[in-house]
Structure formats: structure tokens, C-alpha cells
Ligand binder design. Structure first.
Ligand SMILES: *Cc1c(COP(=O)(O)O)cnc(C)c1O
Length: 450
């Protein structure tokens, strides 16, 4: 990896951590004050530092501090901040055409993204796509399509799942706080089944699948279910990797019962795990795949891709939306796919996995509060439990993230109990930066009293 990545429009940004003020610095403090007056308190930020510039794996704040970004905007800038190819494609598209509304007058970029999704999602059959603006909107559309195709109402989801912040998706999430509390009434016909969480349930994949299926058969009945929506690796839930055989058994049950199997790959997809979609690691061939976050290098774009006969169940005019599949976002997405292919970025995800795993396993030797290192590719997490009581240590996770931020490393938390640190850096994170960030993490564990 090179130390310096160049951007076509601005001076190169050295890929290094650099602190020049206290965190947050004076300009961030000023902006925080302005923000408090005009931005809803319902919108929170993990770190009160305002970003001015970003490139590769580095964020620069308004005071000139440079942070190593291990969150990538929650897995959005997967190929790196302001990636040169993405910037160039978006700039060119901005000058050509910014908006027509695909449902009025179509354009090639939308079709190209649909072709690329058909090519790179698992399964060798005719596939079709609808493009929308956000992950939650992709979930909503996946459910809409599955209901129309099956003529059934029920939606099955799993414990610890996260699917978004719209009315339907609030009902599909596991955690009420902060996502749903007080925002009801919620959509009905959502059934939440136990998942596979090896660290906590100790079940084999087969046993966990039996439990999930028995639960759904008892509480709903397979014939009332339109779809089962699963994240192959749960994102907000804390990068929970299900036991071997769990997901294939669920898919088999869905297929046998005419239930549409939907993989929510919004966080796990688009090269993050070293495969285009994490479903591949589990041998899954979902009926529908939902993508968003990393698909367009930071521009808002999301999609539902799947079996043509299911996707075509929606009546003409039944799918769409004003901004869905915006030309600039589509041009950026095409550039993302090209970068992954041409620059072998799937291998970069595996390189990052090796680096993170080695560092985190070494940390686990030193700090027994780390109960587990888990994940695939550039999607790795550690869960913190009290070694004696096995109680979740959210307090410690919060302190460690704060200590890391003070030292110029942005690390995100996750988990139903808030006791998970998750690492989902961009694939532009070089080995030196990774090592520096892991050094800072170790210091932060000590400073937090782990
Ligand atoms: C982020 C996320 C969503 C929601 O996406 P938005 O773009 O925030 O609406 C849905 N599912 C998963 C797995 C996610 O990580």
C-alpha cells in the first residue's frame, strides 16, 4: 500500500494519524454549539468532531486533526473515502445529467448497475433489480415484492437484527432503544425468531435452525409467511456470525415452504467480507439480496436484486421513487464495481482480516474481558464480557472508544447490549495504519482500565 493517496482535485492527503489540538478542537466545539441550536436532538453523533476532508482511510477535522477511520461511515466508504475513480465518475455524471427520474425517462447507468448486481449476487439464474435511496427503503421494497409474489402477509426476522428506521423496519429491528421507543404504532405481521449466536447459545447450526424454525411454525405457521429476512452477518447486532449450517438450513426450510429468503447484505455486502456478498461464505443463494451502504462509494444508493420471477411480481408502477437510482449515484456504483474487480479489492478485505485478527487475538491474550474475536474480511468485532459473571461490559466499550478517539482513532460500537467494538475500515487501510490503530487500541484498553 502507498503512504499517500492522491485525489484529482485537491492536494494529496498523507495517510497518517496526526493530532494538533485537543479532541474536540476549538472549531469543532464552535460548530457543536451551532449544531445544538438547529439540529434535532434525535440525531446523535458518536464523536463531536466535524469533518472537513477525507481520503482513503483518513478523516481530517476542521481543526486539522487526522483520524484513522475504522468505521468508514458504517461500512459505506468501503473502497476508501473520496476514491479517485468514484469522484471522477460522479463528477463526469454531474456534468452530463443529474436527474430525469428513471420512471419517466430512463438512462444507461441504472441498467448497468442492475447488470452488475445480477452478475455479482449469488446464484446462476435470471435476476432483476430495483434501485432505491437507502437501506431501509430496500428492505421495505424487498418485503413488498415478497408479499406480492407469495400473496402472504407475514415477515419473519431474527433476534438482534437491524433493518432501518422507517415504520416497517422499526418493527423489524430487535432493539427498541433508541430505534423505536415512543415512535409507534408499528407495522404488524412481523415475527421475531431466535437466531444463532454461538458465543451465547452454544448451539450447533442445526440445533439453532431447528429452534428458529420450530418457533416460526408455532407462532405464525409457514404458510402465512411471505419472507424471512436475515443478515448473513448481523451488523448493528455486533457482527454475529451464525454457527455453520444455520443459514443454509433456514434457506432450505424457506424453499420447501414457499417463503422468499431475503438476505439483508446492506452492511455485509459489496466486498466488505472478501466476497461480493457475505451469503457466499455460507453457501447461500438468496431469492432476494438487499444492498446499500458500500455500493456507491458514499453516494446514496440501494437496491433489491433477485430472481426475475419474484421481482416481476410487482405491477408496473408499483416500484420506484423520485430519487431512486439517481444517475450520479449509479455512475459512482459502476466505478465501485470496476475498482473492486480491477484492483482485486476482495483480496484487500482478506489482508485486513488477517491484520485485524492477529492484533485482536493478541489483545485478547492480554485482556480476558475480550470474550470473542469474530467476523469475516474487513468486518471484525470483539465482544466484551466480564470473565467471571459473563455480564456485558458496555461501560468499558464506551470508555475504550472514547480513549481511542482522544488518540486519533475512530472505532464504532455495536451489539444489543452495547458491549461490542466493531471494526469495518475501508479497504484502503494500509498495513502501517492498521498497525498504528491497533497500537492505539491497546493503549485505549489500558487507559480505560480493562
Ligand atoms: C444500515 C442498515 C440498514 C438501513 O440502511 P439505511 O441506509 O440506514 O436505511 C438496513 N440493514 C442493515 C443490515 C444495515 O446495516
Amino acid at each position: 500500500m502507498t503512504d499517500t493517496l492522491t485525489s484529482p482535485t485537491v492536494a494529496p492527503l498523507a495517510q497518517e494519524r496526526r493530532l494538533v489540538t485537543a479532541i474536540p478542537g476549538p472549531r469543532s466545539v464552535e460548530l457543536q454549539e451551532r449544531r445544538r441550536r438547529v439540529v434535532s436532538d434525535g440525531v446523535s453523533s458518536a464523536l463531536p468532531v466535524f469533518v472537513q476532508r477525507a481520503h482513503g482511510a483518513i478523516l481530517v477535522d476542521v481543526d486539522g486533526n487526522q483520524f484513522i477511520d475504522l468505521g468508514a461511515g458504517i461500512g459505506v466508504t468501503t473502497i476508501g473515502h473520496t476514491d479517485d475513480a468514484v469522484v471522477a465518475a460522479a463528477q463526469a455524471q454531474l456534468a452530463d445529467v443529474v436527474h430525469t427520474l428513471f420512471t419517466i425517462t430512463p438512462y444507461e447507468e441504472y441498467v448497468r448497475v442492475a447488470e452488475l448486481l445480477a452478475e455479482h449476487t449469488p446464484g446462476d439464474f435470471a435476476k432483476k433489480t430495483v434501485l432505491v435511496n437507502s437501506g431501509a427503503e430496500a428492505v421495505e421494497n424487498g418485503v413488498k415484492i415478497a408479499r406480492k409474489f407469495t400473496g402472504r402477509p407475514g415477515i419473519a426476522v431474527l433476534e438482534h437484527a437491524y433493518h432501518g428506521r422507517t415504520n416497517l423496519t422499526m418493527a423489524m429491528n430487535f432493539k427498541a432503544m433508541p430505534y423505536a421507543l415512543g415512535f409507534g404504532p408499528f407495522a404488524g405481521d412481523v415475527y421475531r425468531a431466535p437466531n444463532s449466536y454461538p458465543l451465547h447459545d452454544g448451539l450447533s447450526g442445526g440445533e439453532a435452525a431447528e429452534r428458529t424454525i420450530a418457533y416460526l411454525e408455532k407462532t405464525v405457521g409457514a404458510s402465512d409467511l411471505a419472507c424471512l429476512v436475515v443478515e448473513p452477518i448481523q451488523g448493528e447486532g455486533g457482527f454475529v456470525v451464525p454457527a455453520d449450517g444455520y443459514l443454509p438450513a433456514l434457506q432450505e426450510w424457506c424453499t420447501a415452504n414457499g417463503i422468499v429468503f431475503i438476505a439483508d447484505e446492506i452492511q455485509s455486502g459489496m466486498a466488505r467480507t472478501g466476497a461480493y456478498f457475505a451469503s457466499s461464505h455460507f453457501g447461500l443463494v438468496p431469492d432476494l439480496v438487499l444492498s446499500a451502504k458500500g455500493i456507491a462509494g458514499g453516494l446514496p444508493l440501494a437496491g433489491v436484486t433477485g430472481r426475475a420471477e419474484i421481482m416481476d411480481a410487482a405491477q408496473p408502477g408499483g416500484l420506484g421513487g423520485t430519487f431512486g437510482g439517481n444517475p450520479v449515484a449509479c455512475a459512482a456504483a459502476v466505478a465501485v464495481f470496476e475498482r473492486i474487480e480491477q484492483d482485486e479489492l476482495l483480496a484487500e478485505a482478506r489482508r485486513i482480516e488477517a491484520g485485524l485478527r492477529a492484533a485482536l487475538e493478541a489483545l485478547r491474550e492480554r485482556f480476558p474481558v475480550i470474550a470473542e474475536v469474530r467476523g469475516i474480511g474487513a468486518m471484525i468485532a470483539i465482544e466484551l464480557l466480564d470473565p467471571e459473571t459473563h455480564r456485558p461490559r458496555a461501560d468499558l466499550v464506551t470508555r475504550i472508544a472514547a480513549e481511542a478517539a482522544q488518540r486519533g482513532v475512530l472505532v464504532l460500537t455495536a451489539g444489543t447490549y452495547g458491549n461490542v467494538l466493531r471494526f469495518l475500515p475501508s479497504l484502503a487501510l494500509g498495513d502501517e495504519l492498521l498497525a498504528d490503530a491497533m497500537g492505539v487500541l491497546a493503549e485505549s484498553f489500558e487507559a480505560a482500565g480493562a
